[in-house]
Design a protein around this ligand. Structure first.
Ligand code: EPZ
Length: 417
């Protein structure tokens, strides 16, 4: 397993072009199952997770070709079975459930199992399918779902906001007979991006981006070309890196409306932020002041930026309360930050971080995607050489990270296992 050796202490200065969003690309790739016509997706980041999803689609029978960041798919599925070995590699594989049920009336998808940040059940996905008339059984570790006469439109009420649950419900409703209403829907930009693509394919979706989405079922979907929205979590990660290293970064392709909660907190810590269409400019004004955050579904502070923000609070002036409300175990980065001299006390879902003037370089280990990048940020802000091991976690969600950071003054090099 490769490691990343990071010689920290340099201010990051320059410009980074933000890639397409992983968490938009994954459901968009699954949407290819809903038509036999050609779906062309542009700006699909080359990541372990997107390549896994492309592999699963091939396994299901879809013709998939990739040319740089453009993925072309056609032909639909000739198998409806998403096996354990593919699904455990990436839990977002469960997003083939809605499309397969909607288009073929059957799906057999392995239960994803948990991951480092929590048990992450799929009960809300299953209830959504049942609300549209599917018969769902759990047997042998698989979700076995059928809708012999096709799905019927209905009211899908989410007791708690679920991004993936909303995405599966949306894709299933698009080809159901009649009208569906998704209540307490997730409002993330990735949901809006998926709905925009499905509408381009002939779906009739309205209300996406709000907590109530209405869908008029259609008989078929047709060819379309769609460009994946920029990755707000990648952009937010680099914005935090700029502040932590007392640097000055221009993020090209990022949308400020997708990062309101983060940008407001970064201004509170003392950073200067200007934005124009497709550009966010972050400039540090010295050591950041401490600030409190609580993670929330969009438009609140994203849980996927919590670990990165905690790394920043470790070197802030003052104390910060960080509350994680989305996942039950998303503080895996804490023990590793403690190894770098951070002062963090965790009590249930809240961490109290007392800022230090600086951390100390150390060998640390990545545990999950966002925890690993928070360790990279901490190392970049710390004078001396740190090593982050198990960086395969990074490759799941950040494309060309070494190049993007290296072009802005970071000194990092990959140590082959
Ligand atoms: C998506 O995961 C993202 N992944 C996650 O990003 C992100 O952290 C999460 O949304 C929240 O924003 C993708 O989009 C591929 P949820 P998802 O369903 O859909 C519970 C990253 O780092 N829940 O909104 O799995 C669940 O356990 C990843 O890029 C149920 O109880 O998240 C969690 O506590 C990490 N039952 C909460 O809801 C269900 O059926 C929110 O989960 C589904 C979810």
């Amino acid at each position: 397993m490769d490691s990343l050796e990071i010689k920290g202490g340099n201010a990051l200065r320059g410009e980074i072009t933000i890639s397409g969003a992983k968490n938009a690309a994954l459901p968009l790739l699954a949407a290819a199952l809903m038509t036999t016509d050609k779906l062309v997706l542009e700006n699909v980041p080359r990541l372990a997770d997107t390549l896994s999803m492309e592999g699963l689609l091939r396994h299901l029978g879809v013709a998939v070709t990739r040319d740089h960041e453009t993925v072309t798919m056609s032909g639909g599925a000739n198998s409806f079975d998403a096996p354990y070995d593919l699904v455990t590699k990436m839990r977002a594989s469960v997003l083939v459930l809605g499309p397969l049920l909607a288009r073929y009336g059957e799906a057999r998808v392995s239960l994803p199992g948990g991951c480092a940040i929590g048990t992450r059940p799929v009960d809300l996905h299953i209830r959504a399918m049942q609300a549209l008339g599917a018969v769902v059984e759990l047997a042998d570790g698989y979700i076995q779902a059928r809708a012999r006469k096709g799905l019927q439109g209905g009211r899908i009420m989410f007791p708690m906001v679920s991004v993936g649950g909303t995405e599966n419900a949306l894709m299933a409703a698009v080809l159901a007979k009649g009208e569906s209403e998704i209540v307490n829907a997730a409002r993330e930009p990735e949901i809006t991006d998926l709905a925009d693509c499905l509408n381009a394919m002939g779906a009739q979706i309205s209300g996406h981006g709000t907590d109530t989405i209405t869908v008029q079922g259609v008989d078929t979907l047709h060819a379309a070309t769609h460009r994946v929205v920029a990755d707000r979590i990648e952009a937010g990660t680099f914005a935090i890196a700029a502040v932590m290293t007392q640097g000055d970064l221009v993020l090209r392709g990022a949308r400020d409306r997708h990062l309101d909660a983060l940008l407001a907190v970064l201004r509170e810590t003392g950073a200067s932020i200007e934005s124009q269409p497709g550009i966010i400019h972050i400039k540090s004004n010295g050591r950041p002041r401490a600030a409190d955050i609580t993670t929330d579904p969009f438009p609140g502070f994203p849980t996927d930026l919590q670990a990165q923000f905690m790394a920043m609070m470790c070197i802030a002036d003052g104390s910060s309360h960080i509350s994680e409300t989305i996942f039950e175990n998303r503080f895996m980065h804490v023990p590793e930050l403690l190894r770098m001299g951070a002062d963090i006390k965790v009590n249930g879902g809240t961490a109290l971080v007392r800022g230090r003037a600086s951390l100390t370089p150390a060998p640390v280990m990545a545990t999950d995607l966002r925890a690993s990048v928070s360790l990279v940020l901490a190392a970049l802000a710390t004078t001396g050489t740190s090593t982050v091991s198990r960086i395969y976690h990074l490759e799941r969600g950040y494309s060309d990270l070494e190049t993007k950071l290296g072009n802005c003054g970071a000194e990092l090099c990959r140590i082959k296992a």
